[in-house]
Design a protein around this ligand. Structure first.
Ligand code: CA
Length: 233
């Protein structure tokens, strides 16, 4: 079932949308604020986002950027103004399409289907290279789909954590030095705190390890760096 997240503060737009999209067979979640929308999105499993541009607090453009930092999920912006500037802004921040209020539900539905279809085609064309999962014990990841499965459960990974896990998985059984990891994930010109790497390792462990305090997959190799490997029983 395709899951759609609606982020819209105006109830007179939000409620009918929830009703109509549910009737079309979509699994619909709705948020009235950007913060709530981000929280729902971060839980994972969303296939498309309908995002109002003008929101109190974290607004539509900011939320769109935040989502883009971690996902390529299709985003359709709902804008109140038809000014050209909105169209440009909507697409510059990484949205896939926009629709101007007031819109007809029929038109919105057509846009939703078109964006989902396009996304599906991109996913399929990338399948040959990206569809072979990287596997390490009970952990498996599909790069093209940005999907991680841990002991049979889908677990959401924000981009940097995903890249860290991907790089370690590609080099399963090999020790990756701190320098290699920072260089690969944050770039060679990274000047931030080296603790950033440890923070990300900790977050990845919390998601993949049964006992993050005693990691069996992602282990520290003292004085060198980190490695991921299938636990030896
Ligand atoms: Ca609004």
């Amino acid at each position: 079932m395709t899951r759609i997240l609606i982020v819209e503060d105006e109830e007179s737009y939000r409620e009918p949308l929830v009703y109509q999209l549910t009737r079309e067979g979509y699994d619909v979640s709705a948020a009235a604020t950007g913060e709530e929308g981000l929280e729902l999105f971060t839980k994972g499993g969303i296939d498309l986002v309908l995002l109002d541009l003008m929101l109190p607090g974290l607004d539509g453009t900011a939320l769109c950027r935040r989502i883009r930092e971690q996902s390529r999920v299709p985003i359709i912006m709902l804008t109140a103004k038809s000014a050209e500037i909105d169209k440009v802004v909507g697409l510059e921040i990484g949205a896939d399409d926009y629709i101007t209020k007031p819109y007809s539900f029929r038109e919105l539905l057509a846009r939703i289907r078109a964006v989902l279809r396009r996304n599906q085609m991109v996913a399929e064309s990338g399948e040959a290279a990206d569809d072979i999962p990287l596997v390490c014990g009970d952990i498996s990841m599909r790069i093209g789909q940005h999907e991680v499965t841990v002991r049979g459960e889908n677990v959401f990974f924000p981009l940097k954590e995903f890249e860290l896990l991907e790089y370690l998985m590609q080099n399963k059984g090999r020790v990756m030095t701190r320098h290699q990891l920072i260089d690969r994930i944050w770039g060679s010109d990274y000047v931030g705190d080296t603790k950033t790497l440890d923070v990300h390792v900790k977050r990845v462990r919390a998601k993949i390890e049964e006992d993050p305090g005693h990691p069996k997959y992602l282990t520290t190799v003292r004085g060198l760096g980190y490695k991921i490997d299938t636990p030896s029983e």
